[in-house]
Design a protein around this ligand. Structure first.
Ligand code: ATP
Ligand code: MG
Length: 137
């Protein structure tokens, strides 16, 4: 079965959105296969977002991710990578449709509550980085 990596970012944890986010993925029909609360360091955050290292917002993105604990999760199910991104909504909350997580709970692109892998290949890489012991099952 397909797997994806989902992370509730520090603002989502601080605002008490973890339960709501888990609930949306559960109600859709996906399966939770791994979950942990973590506070990551700069080096780890830079590795997670390595593909964006040339972007002008890279430094502030890393500061954001290391600013507090995050909830790292593995979710499984049919087309979970693409469907998970749909549940999350567009990167910039100004463009995220109502009914999506970012559309319902965020206004700033730099504080957009949640991360989701953008491809099956990147999901594998991110799961290996965040869950070196793999998923449950
Ligand atoms: P994520 O990878 O976190 O799921 P995404 O795939 O929708 O988000 P990316 O292009 O991978 O979008 O950007 C990663 C993160 O960097 C975004 O979620 C956002 O927090 C931040 N970001 C993206 N674009 C900008 C921008 N123009 N200004 C500030 N922050 C940005
Ligand atoms: Mg991304």
């Amino acid at each position: 079965m397909e797997h994806t990596f989902i992370m509730v970012k520090p603002d989502g944890v601080q605002r008490g959105l973890v339960g709501e986010i888990i609930s949306r993925f559960e109600k859709k029909g996906f399966y939770l296969k791994g979950m942990k609360l973590m506070k990551v360091d700069r080096k780890f955050a830079e590795k997670h977002y390595a593909d964006l290292s040339a972007k002008p917002f890279f430094k502030s993105l890393v500061e954001y991710i290391i600013s507090g604990p995050v909830v790292a999760m593995i979710w499984a199910g049919k087309n979970v990578v693409t469907t998970g991104r749909k549940i999350i909504g567009a990167t910039n909350p100004s463009e995220s449709a109502p009914g999506t997580i970012r559309g319902d709970f965020a206004v700033e692109v730099g504080r957009n509550v949640i991360h989701g892998s953008d491809s099956v290949e990147n999901a594998k890489k991110e799961i290996a980085l965040w869950f070196p012991d793999g998923a449950v099952n």
